[in-house]
Design a protein around this ligand. Structure first.
Ligand code: ADP
Ligand code: MG
Ligand code: ZN
Length: 489
């Protein structure tokens, strides 16, 4: 970034809730159905139709509020936001105002050391989260535009973040943490391509050290983590060069052109629409019942950050691996079942991030469609840990055979003759001496106190044994033969 300026970033995220029905009617909340097959007089906005609030959407909003440590408003209210657009047959959207269901709260993310002068954890503020209904969708093609109203009235939670972020990296980390939270809470399917989780990014610059905010630009409708990062980096450069030339930043809404790699002006804030907000007369204020809030609290699952900590502290998995294991609730659940079945968290993590991920990527399937039960794979992982089959043979032969349904791991090992037979001690000793004689420089280094070279020698012996040797037996044979080689320089 240009010298002496600081970027201020605040994100607004629209989360499509995972309710069975829409926000104010009994139409199904589903993606991909025949256009206009999921509509009724309420979501079509026909005269006289009356909205009824969906309790499940309220409970999902409360779950997020509790997870963020926010203030849940005892009474919140609904407003009409009026505008004219083909995908909004009612002519208005029902949203919340001036009081939202959820106010305040924080989200923990890693601080960006490049802009903060130090790492650690940043508690990014949340301004509010409110319920609102989605609009329909315009379908462009064949030189005309058609409208699909299946999405009209689908429940959204708009989560407005405080302007607490200072770099595109922090914006991307905030968005990933929020995405993981709503997916693990089970309130959003998290599908970015289908628009279930979309983001508007606000950004302004100011001289470093100043407390006043500069003029902000809003980048609309970003549906990937990468686009958020790229568009913010572009916009920061654009605004910085305007300011360097002494030109003003115009308060406006811009769009991200991914192909061109730049933001483009859409409309200025001066030309912003007057939404003529007024209280929704057809809906009473939403009052919270303390008993219901308690029920939601009791139903909260273990939160993602707590789960990552548990993987690190109790299962011995690295921070980075723990985060990768949390790529989806089903993937994390499978990992936990595998750790249980194999009795080793670290080995389970290696299999999940190695062989299992490779197969999922090759087949383009999620873990839910993976054919192996965690117990069946766990039996193989255990055979490796017990030294009964070499890791290489387990990966290259037994695992594919397991996937092909050739039976349980121990039977495959037996049938294919992959089991490790205890090495013939005389032949093992001969092999060890051969390797030691072939690596005098490694022996010399061990003599000089570099004990790490023992591991290298074990590796060489295992390789010479064609992967059929038990590392523990090799270790012992090396320990027995080494003193003699160390004694004669
Ligand atoms: P609007 O409806 O105009 O978008 P909102 O209050 O809904 O206003 O959202 C404001 C968003 O802009 C918040 O996410 C907030 O963090 C962010 N924001 C406010 N001021 C600035 C600023 N000067 N620079 C960057 N982001 C800002
Ligand atoms: Mg906005
Ligand atoms: Zn409907």
């Amino acid at each position: 970034m240009a010298h002496g300026v600081e970027a201020i970033i605040g994100l607004e995220v629209h989360v499509q809730l995972r309710t069975r029905t829409k926000l104010f009617c009994a139409c199904r909340n589903a993606y991909g159905a025949e256009p206009n097959s999921l509509t009724c007089p309420v979501c079509l906005g026909l005269p006289g139709a009356l909205p009824v609030l969906n309790g499940e959407a309220v409970r999902q909003g409360l779950a997020l509020g509790l997870a963020l440590g926010a203030r849940l408003q005892p009474v919140s209210t609904f407003y009409r936001k009026q505008y004219v657009y083909p995908d909004l047959p009612k002519g208005y959207q029902i949203t919340q105002g001036p009081v939202a269901l959820v106010e305040g709260g924080t989200l923990e993310i890693p601080a960006d050391p490049l802009v903060r002068g130090g790492g650690g954890t940043l508690r990014a503020g949340i301004e509010r989260a409110h319920l609102e209904e989605d609009a329909g969708k315009s379908l462009h093609g064949d030189g005309r535009t058609r409208v699909d109203l299946n999405r009209a009235g689908v429940p959204l939670l708009e989560i407005v973040g405080a302007p607490d972020l200072r770099s595109p990296q922090e914006a991307s980390d905030y968005l990933k943490a929020l995405h993981r939270l709503v997916v693990f809470l089970g309130i959003c399917d998290g599908n970015l391509e289908e628009g279930s989780f979309r983001c508007d990014a606000n950004v302004s610059l100011r001289p470093a050290g100043s407390d006043a905010f500069g003029t902000r630009v809003e980048i609309k409708n970003l549906n990937s983590f990468r686009f958020v990062k790229q568009s913010l980096a572009f916009e920061i450069r654009r605004q910085a060069s305007l300011l360097e030339r002494g030109e003003p930043v115009i308060p406006e809404t811009r769009g991200w052109d991914a192909a061109a790699g730049e933001t483009r002006a859409q409309r200025t804030k001066e030309a912003a629409m007057d939404y003529r907000f007024f209280p929704e007369p057809d809906l009473p204020p939403l009052g919270l019942d303390p008993g219901e809030v308690e029920a939601v609290r009791r139903m909260l699952p273990e939160l993602p950050e707590a789960r990552i900590r548990r993987y690190r502290e109790r299962l011995g998995v690295s921070e980075e691996d723990a985060r990768t294991l949390m790529q989806s609730p089903a993937f994390a659940d499978y990992f936990e079942a595998l750790a249980g079945a194999s009795g080793d968290g670290r080995a389970a993590a290696r299999w999940m991030l190695g062989e299992v991920s490779r197969v999922l990527n090759e087949r383009g399937i999620p873990i839910q469609a993976f054919s192996l039960e965690p117990a069946a794979l766990g039996a193989l992982v255990r055979l490796v840990l017990e030294g009964k089959v070499a890791l290489g043979a387990a990966r290259e032969e037994v695992f594919p055979a397991l996937l092909a349904g050739e039976g349980p791991a121990d039977a495959i090992v037996r049938q294919r003759g992959l089991g490790r037979v205890p090495a013939d001690p005389v032949r093992l000793e001969a092999l060890v001496r051969q390797v030691l004689a072939a690596h005098p420089e490694a022996v010399a280094q061990i003599r000089a106190g570099r004990d790490r070279l023992r591991g290298f020698l074990v590796g060489q012996i295992l390789k010479a044994g064609g992967g059929a040797l038990d590392p523990k037996a090799v270790q012992a044979a090396l320990d027995a033969a080494l003193p003699e080689f160390l004694a004669k320089p």
